[in-house]
Ligand binder design. Sequence first.
Ligand code: MEV
Length: 310
Amino acid sequence: VPVAVGRAGAKAILLGEHAVVYGRPAIAIPVRALGVEAHARPTDGPARLSSSLYHGPITRAPERLAVTLTAMSAALAAAGREDLALDIAIESSVPAERGLGSSAAVSAAVIEATLGACGIRVDDERMHELIQTAERAAHGSPSGLDARTVRARAAVWFDGGRIEPVTVGRDLTFVIADSGVRGRTREAVTAVAERRRADPTGIEAALDELGGLATALREQVSAGARDDIGHAMSRAHTLLNGMGVGDPALDHLVHAATSAGALGAKLTGGGRGGCVLALAADAGAAVELSQRLTRAGAAAVWTTTVEGAA
Ligand code: MEV
């Protein structure tokens, strides 16, 4: 029996995390250096799963793999093949719980591989719904931004649940630095919801400002206005801290990035840990910036370039 393959990549949110949960727009970028590959093959024996976290029968898989199992079941149900036992192997270089979209990327890869093993293909919208089903198992009420971006090939503008390509005027080189602290998206999303109940005016003002920054950022990205993009990122970091999703380890890396000449830096993804995204002045400056972030204690650093028209 041929093995079916599914693939997806990591993502970083340039601006708009948390605000998207409340209907504001966001801009995100695919991170091509990191990805997930899933292989699925029908088996005569019991269904099995193998990944860096677990190797064995699906019925005994740990709770942490709930997202993977939900993704597989949703895809089997979509194919009308709940009877089919699969042997699924997952390889991922996307670190989990770092705000880089690992749950959406794993889900997307597993769903694509599972559907492939059933011999069916679905359109983009159906695929998105299936990833969202698995994402709901991961963190409650996902906006859909991660599910969309892990399958995107270029920077995306996300608004009202849909994406559009973003015009990029000049190359933008980002350094992503991992704080080494696990990000807890579900907790962070809950914390924002609680604050919004306690202080509706304050949180709505922050969400509006983030929405306005994202709208302006779209123009800045298309104009290649790197300094403005950097300022918007740093302002977003301050606003996210005010919403209660920051962490001292993230502030430390944001500070290290700006002291090392980054044009702007912010937490990316759910926050409360996870990664910092910093905009380098240019590709050469990114080398020095990564070294400085490593010396400042980053657990890992990655560089990613969003290619511009000129
Ligand atoms: C998580 O990567 C992004 C959040 O905005 C949650 C979501 O969009 O569902 C924090």
